[in-house]
Design a protein around this ligand. Sequence first.
Ligand code: SAM
Ligand code: SF4
Length: 439
Amino acid sequence: MSDPKKLYIKTYGCQMNVYDSERMAETLGGQGYVETQTPDDADMILLNTCHIREKAAEKVYSELGRFKGLKAEKPDLKIGVAGCVAQAEGEEIMRRQPLVDLVVGPQSYHRLPEMEAKTREGAKALDTDFPEEDKFEMLKNRPKAKRGPTAFLTVQEGCDKFCAFCVVPYTRGAEVSRPADRILREAQDLVERGVREITLLGQNVNAYHGAGSNGDMTLAGLIWELNKVDGLERIRFTTSHPNDMADDLIEAHGTCEKLMPYLHLPVQSGSDRILKRMNRSHTAESYLRLLERIRAARPDIVMSGDFIVGFPEETEEDFQATLDLVEQVKYGYAYSFKYSTRPGTPAAERSQVDPQAADDRLQRLQALITRHQREIQDAMVGRTVRVLFEKPGRLPGQMVGKSEYLHSVHVSDADVGIGDLKDVRITSSGANSLAGALV
Ligand code: SAM
Ligand code: SF4
């Protein structure tokens, strides 16, 4: 028997890309590929790219340039570009970098086996369609390898919101929800392969409205169905939009035992003037009222968010409103970005903020977020949390897992295995993680 062909995938960007990379690896597994951790011994290299911020395409071109030597040594090596840069740049990628054999957009991954076969015949393969067929169904036939205790599961893709800064509605297309029965089947399959925690993914996951047995199902309805899956212990979801935080989802946070007390709910800015210019269709006040309702349902919930600073026309006063909002919410985690011009989006045409002022605001915002983050983490000391153990730690005898609040927790010299769920009493809080002992 000949050696299996080797596939190296480099993933950029969000968790949805991580999920997509796993599915691409599985579908190419059917063509005899096994994954390798280095491009050096690969027969195929795939870059699964992200287009959310500036210079994304340039980074991809420079990464591709680095494979020139490898391709010269190994002319049979196939090089592909997937993801949102592939969608946005299309054929241009092959024109600018002739060593690329294959360009595939996020909606066409199920066609990878045919595309790979085409490249083996010496042709180039390009597919950036938004096809009618359900790529997730077509990706179903894959080897059933054992999995770690946590997994992502994409339930919804694309976005119809058109925030003025964002490329997602253009690169990922219109919002589409997967039918509930297919998601439940996939969840069941993941559990059979060892998964105990599933994070439901979508660019706008709480806008989920997939076909259920009695008409469209909401995200809360889907979570309740998943709650019934034996062997699945934890459910999370990301990323949500404040306007789609429906009553039944808020209620589920208070009543659904497997739904974890953590919520990523990006607000982007605390200034109503900027929120309006961003086309966010919520205000700082409506966001804060929403949070009050969420916290009434689940008082211990840890909040997470996204922020953009230096959005066109943002003044120091607007930025101060963002700091005020952060001060009120106290996020356990938050991702903050300097506004990045995306050609083709409405905000790209507007008057840009001085980059130094934007840098300064980003630093001030991050300092405040870090302070809150640390306070929330430190407040866990003395409490007992439930930890799902995921991997060995760096020190001998150490194991690392995540609490229900998504904090990393280390225990030493304890008799725990990967996939175990145990109560841990927290004894100390470090820069980015907690330490404790089994109860
Ligand atoms: N759908 C989610 C929402 O509406 O909050 C966000 C998904 S988006 C892929 C992830 C994050 O990237 C956004 O929340 C935003 O903070 C950031 N982002 C998107 N476009 C950006 C841009 N042009 N510049 C800087 N950050 C950006
Ligand atoms: Fe982008 Fe999120 Fe706005 Fe959709 S809702 S356009 S994904 S930031």
